[in-house]
Write a protein that binds this ligand. Structure first.
Ligand code: APR
Length: 185
């Protein structure tokens, strides 16, 4: 698995892209691309629930769901990560139904919860780009922009990892980073 760190300075906050399964990461929090029920599903949602164990579902059942664009935090249970931040991305329709703003608000709300819980490291899957069919390039641009904003605004954030579970996602982030060379935090 290759790892590209956008910012080579080890002491500065880092935004990185990595090809791996998010459930193995020991970040303070990993983000789950959930659905409005928060009761599990396929994709990364299924993988996280399987790896965290049944106590996760039990806690999720107490949350009463989550509107699209918002985020909720739970413990990580059997995961190496201490917390899971569940967010519900938009289902892609045609780009004319507020999808971009909803996806941006997913990232912003995840970072808000990270700040409220004094978390220093966080990892995201490519929210909405799987079952919810959001175009990968557009989604990657939104992710990159919100991560850069968060790293500037929250000095306690040390590491933001964007995990790629497939080559297309990797290429989307890699191409954007190359084309935005110098936009380092
Ligand atoms: N680790 C990291 N990324 C993963 C993993 C994993 N173990 N499994 C899947 N992914 C990636 C997918 O390849 C995709 O790039 O997560 C990204 C998001 O895809 P989905 O999991 O399909 O999520 P999303 O597109 O946001 O759709 C959400 O899917 O699982 C259901 O309950 C969920 O209804 C909700 C919908």
């Amino acid at each position: 698995m290759s790892l590209v760190s956008v910012n080579a300075h080890s002491h500065a906050p880092r935004l990185e892209f990595s090809r791996n399964d998010i459930t193995i990461l020991a970040h303070d929090a990993i983000v789950n691309a959930a659905n409005n029920s928060l009761l599990g599903g396929g994709g990364v949602d299924g993988a996280i629930h399987r790896a965290a164990g049944p106590e996760l579902l039990a806690e999720c059942q107490t949350l009463g769901g989550c509107p699209t664009g918002e985020a909720r935090i739970t413990r990580g249970y059997s995961l190496p990560a201490r917390f899971i931040i569940h967010t519900v991305g938009p289902i892609w329709r045609d780009g004319r139904h507020g999808e971009a703003n909803l996806l941006a608000s997913c990232y912003r709300n995840c970072f808000r919860l990270a700040r409220e819980h004094n978390l220093q490291t966080i990892a995201f899957p490519a929210i909405s780009t799987g079952i919810y069919a959001y175009p990968k390039q557009e989604a990657a641009a939104i992710a990159l922009e919100q991560c850069e904003l968060a790293l500037r605004e929250n000095r306690a954030l040390r590491l933001v990892t964007l995990t790629c579970f497939n080559e297309d996602t990797w290429q989307a982030y890699a191409s954007l980073t190359k084309s935005r060379a110098g936009v380092l935090i």
